[in-house]
Design a protein around this ligand. Structure first.
Ligand code: CDP
Length: 229
């Protein structure tokens, strides 16, 4: 509960966080869940990808934390009808390139970059509610979330999912390279000092290795019903 100046309490809008490793299916599951509930959706990874794309395009040295954090702070981004815009340009597909994802994972390890994106992420918490996915949504950005889910899937299943996703988007892909990149990214995301990838203590764990999208969404809806969300 938060109190206004007259001491009246008002409840913050509902937040459901879905964290997990790369290619665990959290984006698709979160988007479907938000649609079912009629909630807003925030793909927090897109913000790191947008920052990475901006840095790559501006040819900023990837260890120049200050400049990259400044770029993150004033990211000219907009989310409209499922499309992601950067300075008015539709970059929905280009931010999915593996180079952008790997760069995002590198710059996401810098605390100043994470700090620069925090206020923007928190601002997405609007009525009637928010579903958000990422690495630290339940642990750092929304520690008071109404429901926290941690999605996992085996490395083999995740490599296969990412492979199909890239081919569908017209990007070239090699399953062995993908698997290696995925393991490297898991390691970097889990071992970094700033907001490492780990389940919140109160997260519901969901292994989707053998679950389809609809089944995964249903499991989360069941958890919502249990919590009366
Ligand atoms: O699609 P995939 O799960 O590979 O990545 P993503 O969710 O689009 O995020 C890209 C990168 O941003 C990840 O590898 C993370 O290192 C970073 N990230 C983060 O650190 N914190 C978040 N809340 C979301 C993404």
């Amino acid at each position: 509960m938060i109190m206004d100046s007259q001491g009246l309490s008002s409840k913050k809008p509902v937040v459901i966080t879905i964290d997990g490793p790369t290619a665990s299916g959290k984006g698709t599951v979160a988007q479907h869940l938000a649609d079912k509930l009629g909630f807003h959706y925030l793909d927090s990874g897109a913000l790191y990808r947008l920052t990475a794309l901006s840095a790559l395009r501006a040819k900023v040295a990837l260890d120049d934390m200050e400049t990259i954090a400044d770029m993150a702070k004033s990211l000219p981004c907009a989310f409209r009808q499922g499309r992601i815009l950067l300075a008015g340009e539709d970059v929905t597909d280009s931010i999915r390139a593996e180079e952008v994802g790997n760069t995002a994972s590198k710059i996401a390890a810098y605390q100043p970059v994470r700090d620069a994106l925090k206020a923007l992420q928190v601002s997405f918490r609007q009525p009637p509610g928010l579903v958000t996915d990422g690495r630290d949504m339940g642990t750092v950005i929304f520690p008071d979330a109404d429901l926290k889910v941690f999605l996992t899937a085996s490395v083999a299943v995740r490599a296969e999912r990412r492979y199909k996703q890239l081919l569908e988007k017209g990007f070239p892909a090699n399953i062995d390279t993908l698997r290696k990149d995925l393991e490297d990214r898991d390691k970097r995301d889990s071992e970094r000092k700033s907001s490492p990838l780990r389940p919140a203590a109160d997260a519901v764990m969901l292994d989707t290795s053998f679950l389809g999208i609809d089944e995964s969404v249903q499991c989360i809806l069941d958890a919502c019903a249990e919590k009366k969300i």
